[in-house]
Ligand binder design. Sequence first.
Ligand code: AKG
Ligand code: FE2
Length: 355
Amino acid sequence: MAPSAILPEEVDAEVEYVIVHGGKGTLKRPILKGKAMKPTFEEIPQVDFANLDSGNIEDRQAIATNVRQAFSNVGFMYAVNHGISEELQADCHINNSDTIKGYEALLETKLDQKTRGDLKEAFSVGPSPYDPEQKPPPGLDLSKYPKKANQWPEQPKDFRKVMYEYRSALLEFGIKLMRVIALALGQEETYFDNLTGVDFAETRALHYPSQDVPEDVGIGAHADYSWFTLVNQLSATPALEVLNQNGHWVSAPPIPNTLVVNVGDFLERASNDYFVSTVHRVVNKTGEERYSIPFFFMGSPDFMIQTVPSCITPERPARYEPINTAEWIRERLLRARYKHPAGIAAREKESMGEL
Ligand SMILES: O=C(O)CCC(=O)C(=O)O
Ligand SMILES: [Fe+2]
């Protein structure tokens, strides 16, 4: 969506806001117009990962420099040459099935409270090291994980296999990206290695029907509760939008063979706000169905998210207390589920601050 028309300041008597559901609670971002507008991004940068497996640290450092720029200025990037096989990505279209049991129906979540709900269906696959496909490390303490394994439908036949293969491929890329992020934050490459020993990532296969009602959204304005999210836009339908510092929506259209990568709340927090967990939403007015598969890289449930030492300076002391990963995820998940009693209670505790 193009930035709204520029109005002279004096005409702009009433400030409008975008309401956002993020890790810091429900917040409002003023929509800036005219002279009030700040320099900010108008498109999503692309970063080339072709040299990710280079044996040369300078090559990996060069990627880290580009990631640092993208994550600190925009909070989003397209990863080009990410190495995830095209075949596997094409197979993921198997999610295009309405026979799947246990998925989240249309209007089940409501991130933007002004809407009737999010116009999307989802099938989520979370941590379940009891499932052999997740290749749990030997000696893993299973007591930390939910006993109930992921639920899988009988049909389509290869759904479980493909989802787990896809998850493994993204996890592998994610672990490498976490190393690049460590470099980008001025740490040793291995700085986050203990975070990724046991993963707590979630894959979500999403279907967004086209929206006819003007107020409808596919997924309301929000920031992600993850270290970062890797989004495979399976359809050619442009619908993902990213909020810039002026409160204007910038389109992130699908680019073939790229992954959209965005900073999540954990990374924003650990980087002491140097990297931004940028607000985004999905609005599908194209008349076409849209499918996408976000992969939320979350780390292990008992990992304490604390500020990276190189992100603390005399001008910017640590802004956040350490927080337990599982606790934060649970709180955030419940908040979005407006029909869930615990979600209602969590939202009632919130106050509305400014972003
Ligand atoms: O479908 C997309 O492109 C993004 C979905 C998203 O933002 C989310 O599930 O958190
Ligand atoms: Fe998101």
